[in-house]
Design a protein around this ligand. Sequence first.
Ligand code: ADP
Ligand code: ADP
Length: 226
Amino acid sequence: KPAVELIAVSKRYPNGQLAVSQINLRIPKGSYCCLLGPSGCGKSTLLRMIAGHESVTEGDVLLDNRNVTNHSPAERGTALMFQNYALFPHMTCLDNVAYPLKVAGINKSARLEQAHELLAKVNMTDYANAYPEQLSGGQQQRIALARALIRKPEVVLLDEPLSALDPFLRIQMRKELKRIQHEMGITFIHVTHSQDEAFALADTIVVMSKGELQQVGSPQAIFNKP
Ligand code: ADP
Ligand code: ADP
């Protein structure tokens, strides 16, 4: 049973640009899927259409067999982690992580308990009371990830999440992402233009080119490795 199913999905922007063309795709539940391809090939557009942050011009988006094509992001049960992390600067890390639960009307003690749990999951317990500006890029990213995970979404969408990090941190965060995805059993869809990154992280790689789906398969199959 797929976590995400796209049926003949296309996106034409109002300026006429055809960014995504007739994509059919099924992403299995619990998989770590990387959308791979050069800049401008339509990866972010496809991710935003899955999240509901961008409308679909043609076709259908199904999550867990529900047709969500016309649903808002909040109705979809997906969580999108933005490239710039977008943490609230005037809130502590703990409050940043707990914020989605506050919006959902969860009481304070329950949301702080869950936020502490998520901070532990991303190894940031010691920074609960720190503010985002006191953190390194990698640490801010862990907080953003904890915030994306706190409502236990079925699908987490990550748009070039490692691109702002230095090469050392990038390698370290790959391991963390993989560990967290595996422990929580959540479907991750991760946009990247790095073959290296896709090879290290994904169990399913979706290769895109000029708005079209080129290839889907395991890293071994895609990169022709034994
Ligand atoms: P990628 O994530 O692979 O870099 P994008 O999905 O960002 O690709 O972009 C795909 C194509 O759509 C590009 O040609 C880009 O210029 C165009 N595009 C992206 N966003 C918009 C927009 N808001 N309006 C018009 N064209 C856009
Ligand atoms: P370059 O621009 O250096 O030629 P590519 O853009 O082809 O590299 O690949 C980017 C990254 O993907 C490289 O760091 C390389 O290690 C990795 N890569 C390329 N081809 C393969 C492959 N067949 N199997 C595994 N990894 C690969």
